[in-house]
Ligand binder design. Structure first.
Ligand SMILES: [Fe+2]
Ligand SMILES: [Fe+2]
Length: 142
């Protein structure tokens, strides 16, 4: 799995930066040896927590209508990652390796193309109308 700006970029640096890091971590995990795998999986868990908390903050800030659905999906995936991390810590890597290779990258592409894309579009629309309102206020004030 490699980062492809034209495919994965949402035009909002706050989200794209996090997604680039996520893809880099998944990519490193896909080729990691046993020692590094456990370390990187822990990093992925922590990174994903921040990733989801930050999107939650943006959803609240911009009053995103599908907040419940989007956060429900985050909670489900974070729960899976927690479970896999427990296995990894106990030296059982096979399931987590399979998940990183197939399940997680597929999930990311789907989630990015649907819920994250909808969130980014919503934020960009809000920022655009704030910008227009500011412009009107400035015109009105002169
Ligand atoms: Fe995301
Ligand atoms: Fe998301």
């Amino acid at each position: 799995m490699d980062w492809d700006e034209s495919q994965y970029g949402l035009g909002l640096e706050e989200m794209d930066g996090t997604h680039r890091e996520f893809v880099a971590l998944v990519c490193a995990l896909q080729t990691a040896d046993a020692d590094n795998f456990a370390l990187l999986f822990q990093q992925l868990l922590e990174h994903t927590k921040l990733h989801f908390v930050e999107e939650g903050r943006l959803m609240r800030l911009y009053k995103f209508p599908a907040l419940g659905e989007h956060e429900g999906e985050h909670h489900r995936v974070y729960g899976d990652l927690l479970q896999f991390n427990r296995n990894v810590k106990n030296g059982r890597l096979a399931l987590a390796r399979a998940y990183v290779k197939d399940g997680l990258s597929e999930w990311f592409k789907l989630h990015l193309g649907s819920m994250d894309a909808a969130l980014a579009a919503h934020i960009l629309r809000c920022q655009q109308s704030e910008f227009e309102i500011e412009g009107l206020i400035q015109i009105g004030g002169t």
